[in-house]
Design a protein around this ligand. Structure first.
Ligand code: ADP
Length: 506
């Protein structure tokens, strides 16, 4: 079993697949080139044979003379070259008259089988028809084999007698044995060489693939050392500026992001424990004091009322956290419907009149008659409530808060501005973080103190609606939150009736 698994791992490995495809390509290339080369060799050898026979044919006309008493070969018998040439010509040789009647034939030609008189006659006729004194006339090429299966190339045509009156049929030939042997040798050479080259090539491919993949393995090994507790480790680049460096850089960037979110999670846990500890310590203190020192029912009652307030705050935190985590993990699905945002803003502004008056703050709403948008009503109400609640909370007596709506063709702009404390520049980037409260922002610790979660929620709601939010603030002068929400789809569905008042929820 283990051997099977390791075999499978090998064949599935990138190195194996790279080598295999390289070897396959190499094999096809070698076979293709060898076949092409063989075809070319065969043509060259063939052409050579044709040339040789053509030369012999031309020479034959000089040496063979057909006279009245029959054919005669005229050459210098003393000259070894000439003798050899004539001897070679007459090795495979046939001479007949124009009717196919045999006059002279060599034994080698006889072995090949003599052409029938009819075929000779028709060849002579065709040759005569195309005969021109200046050219050699039509020639006939055939390939034949003798009893031993040796191939021969035969060239046939006509020659004339001395007086140029009667045509004669002549065929000469040459064995092709040599050509076949050369081709066979070449084929066997390839059959031996290709597997050897393939083996060598595959080995080289395996070696090169291994070398190319080594950095990948190194990256994998380095990546294995990175865990949740040492996310600060980074993989070194090889400074080669290649694909692997790009992979390493991408990987490092991913670790950066992971580290940031790990850090965020850690910070979040610390913040949560801190936030929960404060009311728990308070409850414990109050109960202990009551247990050890309270004497009257009123004293016990007071301790219990205070504890209940802290418990309320605890459950508020837990509820808010739950909601936020649901929102951020995508479990909170928006229930979008077409609603009149003017209506919602006006309603909420009305609800905030009482707390604003209590705080001595003037609250005004400026909305168009109607502003239809496709949004999740509950979430949008939560968003406006948080912004208004903050504006009232952070605006001292005598100040004012203004909420307004400005629709255009594709979106609507909601602005909540106050003349309150403002937020110093250095704290602005953090106000949307969870549990973040601007240091010294004035709310006294206690049940009234915010959780620092409201704006995180606002940011999520805006994002979930594909909107945008920005904030401008100057300390001592006031703050302006500007939110842009897309109008969304058709505004057909009638809006639901307004819900019960939602005061600062988070
Ligand atoms: P909180 O529950 O404390 O209001 P938020 O997340 O809603 O938490 O706000 C974060 C912090 O941003 C607040 O603690 C406050 O310091 C600052 N902040 C928010 N809105 C305003 C505002 N309108 N004016 C001044 N400071 C503000």
């Amino acid at each position: 079993m283990p051997r099977k698994r390791s075999h499978r791992r090998l064949t599935r490995g990138l190195r194996f697949r790279l080598t295999a495809s390289y070897a396959l390509f190499f094999a096809l290339l070698l076979i293709g080139v060898a076949a092409l080369f063989r075809a070319r060799l065969s043509t060259v050898l063939d052409n050579q044979m044709h040339d040789t026979l053509n030369q012999e044919w031309a020479a034959l006309k000089g040496y063979l003379r057909i006279e009245k008493d029959g054919p005669h070969w005229y050459y210098d018998e003393e000259d070894p070259d000439e003798s050899l040439i004539v001897l070679r010509m007459r090795r495979v040789y046939l001479l007949t008259d124009s009717n196919g009647k045999m006059i002279e034939v060599s034994t080698e030609y006889q072995d090949l089988g003599i052409d029938s008189a009819a075929s000779i006659r028709s060849q002579v006729r065709a040759a005569l028809a195309s005969y021109r004194p200046e050219s050699a006339g039509m020639s006939f090429w055939t390939e034949r084999r003798n009893a031993e299966n040796v191939p021969y190339l035969i060239r046939a045509g006509i020659v004339f007698d001395e007086r140029h009156t009667a045509p004669y049929y002549v065929a000469i030939g040459t064995p092709l044995e040599n050509n076949e042997r050369v081709l066979a040798q070449y084929t066997w050479f390839c059959v031996g060489l290709i597997p050897a080259a393939l083996f060598l090539g595959s080995w080289l491919g395996w070696f090169m693939a291994g070398r190319a993949l080594t950095p990948v393995l190194e990256v994998a090994q380095a990546a294995q050392r990175i865990s949740g507790s040492n996310l600060s480790l980074r993989l070194p680049t090889r400074q080669a500026n290649d694909e692997l460096d790009y992979l390493v850089l991408t990987f490092n960037r991913m670790i950066d992001r992971l580290e940031a979110s790990f850090q965020q999670v850690r910070q979040f846990s610390t913040d949560v424990s801190h936030e929960l500890r404060t009311p728990i310590t308070a409850i414990r203190g109050q109960l202990e004091v009551a247990l050890f020192t309270a004497k009257t029912t009123d004293q016990y009652r007071e301790a219990m009322v205070n504890s209940l307030q802290d418990i309320d705050r605890l459950s508020q935190i837990v509820r808010a956290l739950l909601l936020l985590s649901q929102a951020e993990s995508g479990q909170l699905v928006l229930q979008k419907a077409s609603v009149d945002l003017s209506d919602i803003v006006q309603d909420l502004a009305d609800q905030f009149q009482i707390p604003a008056e209590e705080a001595g703050v003037k609250l005004s709403a400026h909305v168009p008659a109607q502003s239809m948008v496709s949004v999740d009503r509950v979430q949008i109400e939560r968003m406006i409530t948080n912004l208004l609640s903050n504006a009232v909370k952070f605006t001292p007596q005598g100040g004012s808060v203004r909420i307004s709506l400005q629709p255009d063709e594709e979106s609507v702009e909601l602005v909540v501005e106050d003349t309150g404390l403002g937020i110093p520049d250095q704290y602005l980037p953090h106000i949307f973080d969870r549990f973040y409260r601007v240091p010294g922002s004035g709310t006294a610790p206690g049940p009234d103190q915010g959780l620092g979660l409201g704006l995180s929620f606002v940011a999520w709601i805006v994002k979930a609606h594909d909107g945008s939010i920005d904030v401008e603030s100057s300390p001592g002068k006031g703050t302006r939150f500007r939110i842009r929400l897309p109008l969304g789809e058709a505004h057909s569905a009638p809006s639901e009736p307004a819900r019960q008042p939602i005061m600062k929820e988070l």
